[in-house]
Write a protein that binds this ligand. Structure first.
Ligand code: ADP
Length: 476
């Protein structure tokens, strides 16, 4: 009788122990599962951070990025083969791979030849983003055909890597296929775990973006490089053009000077008396040669501006006389166009430090324009004034004027207003551009005012202080 409770106690204790054991086992299984999950998450996170950091590395090429990523995956997971294929036109080519196999050198030798997979495969067209393929039933020859390699190559790979299945993940970015992640397993498909495929699917998303970024970056670099090359070519072409202009202008100037010289000799009667018709014609020819001299100087100065050889050579100049001599040269052409040309020459005018040749050209340009852009019967007035602080030169005409909406373009290189092209088809659009440069280079300001159909005023002003003669220079 006394024994019965004892037996009962023992049975109870045994049951409790079993229950405890079962609970313990369950808890430790749960812990194991949690641990595994944590391990998987950690592995995924560290691989994602490797992918991110490799892709951000701007010095690294696309192939290097693929290799780094493949290596990081094999190291973290121990998968026997990881390869990354990237888009190249209609193919996918193996851009980086890693294998934990023994025969690295032999495997590397097989991959030395580029490995291509054609995209014209129906698998690429469907929506499935990843697939597990069994390699068991496939011969070396069949696999070789899929990846464009010989059966011997496949045999070598199989010998060293020995794969039972392959998991392929399509890599997408901006809704286009940028590549494939190919992972080989030794085991057959049914033994590949869900956590492995989940990991690879997650990695695939990031690798797709990383490769796309890299491809875009490389494309940008390529375009940039090409732009730099064509820029360099254009620069060389430009320099050649400048050299040519400079050389041609020099060559043209010499014969032109002698043409001008001889015409002026004949005009002055050095070759015998000439009648009034001959004089008129010779005057025209002299004015044209003079215009050509200025045109050549414009071209020469233009190329000097670009090559940094445009220099102002200031010397004491009597501006009032310079203008007068230019006006004398223009009289014939103004009269020929039935225009009244007047010059209000000041009685007294200070000597100024100026680049006479260049300022002469500006005066000629403004006046010549006024003659060409003023219809027959018009009036052109040149005026030189001196105020307490300034000197001002203006050319006024009552010609065609410049439309308001085009005025801001004037003084730009080669710019010609639309109404001017009819009035003077042979203009260059260089005169005003050079005039502005010449005036600005000597510290002056351009004067400009125009009303279409009514006329224009072109000129310049200088502060007297800026152009005054050095103390040692005697005034004329
Ligand atoms: P070009 O006279 O050879 O065309 P310019 O540089 O001397 O070149 O002049 C640039 C443009 O400015 C001319 O094409 C013309 O449209 C305008 N222009 C210059 N001077 C006058 C003027 N006096 N009257 C009307 N338009 C003018």
């Amino acid at each position: 009788m006394e024994d019965t409770p004892k037996i009962k106690d023992t049975t109870k204790g045994f049951v409790r122990k079993r229950t405890l054991q079962a609970t313990l086992q369950e808890v430790s299984q749960q812990m194991y599962a949690r641990n595994k999950e944590l391990h998987d998450t950690n592995r995924t996170l560290s691989l994602l951070s490797v992918i991110d950091s490799v892709a951000l590395e701007s010095q690294v090429s696309l192939n290097m990025v693929c290799e780094h990523i493949a290596e990081a995956i094999t190291q973290a997971t121990g998968y026997p083969f990881v390869g990354l294929l990237t888009q190249s036109r209609k193919d996918l080519k193996l851009s980086g791979w890693s294998s934990g196999s023994e025969g690295q050198a032999d495997v590397a030798a097989v991959f030395e030849q580029p490995l291509h997979v054609e995209i014209a495969n129906e698998w690429f067209d469907n929506f499935q983003s990843a697939k597990l393929f069994s390699l068991d039933g496939l011969s070396d020859h069949q696999i070789g055909e899929l990846v464009n390699r010989t059966a011997e190559d496949v045999h070598t790979l199989r010998q060293f890597i020995g794969l039972g299945s392959v998991y392929i993940v399509k890599l997408h970015a901006r809704r286009t296929l940028v590549g494939l992640l190919v992972v080989g397993f030794t085991q057959p498909p049914e033994q590949v775990t869900a956590s492995d495929t989940a990991l690879l699917n997650r990695l695939g998303e990031s690798i797709g973006v990383a490769l796309d970024n890299k491809l875009l970056f490389e494309e940008n670099q390529r375009v940039l490089h090409q732009l730099e090359l064509s820029n360099q070519k254009l620069k060389t072409l430009d320099e050649t053009k400048d050299e040519f202009i400079s050389m041609a202008s020099h060559q043209l100037r010499t014969p032109l000077t002698s043409v001008k010289g001889y015409v002026s000799m004949v005009l002055e009667g050095d070759a015998g008396e000439i009648n009034s018709t001959q004089k008129k014609l010779l005057e025209q020819s002299f004015a044209s040669s003079q215009r050509m001299v200025y045109l050549i100087s414009d071209l020469l100065n233009l190329s000097r501006l670009r090559t940094g050889k445009f220099i102002i050579e200031a010397k004491p100049t009597n501006l009032a006389d310079v203008i007068e001599s230019e006006v004398e040269q223009l009289r014939a052409s103004a009269a020929g166009r039935n225009l009244t040309l007047t010059y209000k020459k000041p009685k007294k005018f200070p000597m100024l430090m100026m680049d006479e040749t260049k300022i002469r050209q500006v005066i000629m340009n403004f006046s010549d324009n006024a003659i060409y852009y003023t219809p027959s019967g018009g009036k052109i007035e040149l005026e030189l004034e001196e105020t307490a602080k300034e000197v001002r030169f203006t050319v006024n005409d009552n010609g065609i004027g410049i439309p308001k909406d085009e005025q801001h373009h004037l003084f730009g290189k080669f710019y010609r207003a639309k109404n001017a092209q009819k009035a003077r088809p042979d203009g260059t659009g260089l005169g005003l551009f050079m005039a502005k440069k010449v005036i600005a280079a000597q510290g002056g300001a351009i004067i400009f005012k125009s009303t279409v159909g009514k006329g224009s005023t072109f000129g310049f002003s200088f502060s007297k202080e800026k152009l005054k003669l050095p103390v040692s220079q005697p005034e004329q």
